[in-house]
Design a protein. Structure first.
Length: 234
């Protein structure tokens, strides 16, 4: 993931330290023909492969294995492009930030739409999952503009942890689907129920985070004015 040098980047997920070491080693051993832009395209291709494979589960559950391979490719390309650019000293901060996060949005649409069109997940629940992800992302971007702090992970969970969770659950989907039940709002598989609960939790956390951050920023901006008024009175 490439990042704007003007932003303070915070990444403290559970796997961040190990992932950073792995990405540094990979960047040092990449052949010259592998470029950051090609890795970004590989990440997009991985998302497309995962999405199409999820759709293909309507014909065979074995397509889940191909979907998992697509998720791995998406992680490899999306995570390594910025590390490679920094290792080679060829960063383009504004270009990299724009292209990388634009590619992330397309990748997320491909993956979650694919899940929604799969044999294992309701489409409306897939859209809620995508909205949950975007709520966290939008908070990150809005806060970054206001504070110049770009926080990638929350509660120890970052993009890599989310991919790993999705990968693990993808392998368990055929078994979990057998636990689906009929509810007043239609058939609900475990993944549908999980997404519904997650969306409610993410929305509540988003609202509390916005409230807390807005109060903090208001206090920060009010402090100089209070100090100036005291000086005038004095």
């Amino acid at each position: 993931m490439q990042q704007d040098a003007a932003l303070s980047r915070i990444h403290q997920s559970w796997l961040a330290r190990s992932e950073r070491r792995m990405l540094t080693w990979l960047a040092a051993n990449m052949p010259a023909w592998v470029t950051p832009d090609r890795l970004t395209m590989l990440g997009l291709f991985g998302a497309l492969l995962a999405g199409l494979s999820y759709v293909g589960t309507a014909y065979s559950p074995r397509m889940l294995l191909l979907a998992c391979f697509g998720l791995v490719l998406n992680w490899f390309g999306d995570s390594l492009d910025g590390s490679l650019a920094r290792y080679r000293g060829i960063e383009r901060p504004r270009y990299g930030f724009f292209v990388d996060h634009s590619a992330d949005v397309v990748s997320q649409i491909l993956i979650f739409f694919g899940l929604g069109l799969s044999a294992y997940m309701r489409f409306d629940m897939a859209l809620l999952a995508l909205l949950s992800y975007w709520l966290a992302a939008l908070y990150t971007f809005i806060r970054a503009v206001a504070t110049r702090v770009f926080q990638i992970s929350y509660f120890g969970i970052g993009p890599t942890e989310i991919r790993l969770g999705l990968l693990g659950y993808s392998l368990a989907l055929p078994l979990a689907d057998a636990l689906a039940v009929t509810t007043p709002i239609g058939r609900m598989a475990p993944i549908d129920a999980f997404v519904l609960v997650t969306f409610v939790a993410v929305l509540l956390v988003f609202l509390f985070a916005v409230y807390g951050e807005s109060r903090r920023l208001a206090a920060l901006e009010a402090a100089p004015r209070r100090a100036a008024r005291r000086e005038q009175v004095g």
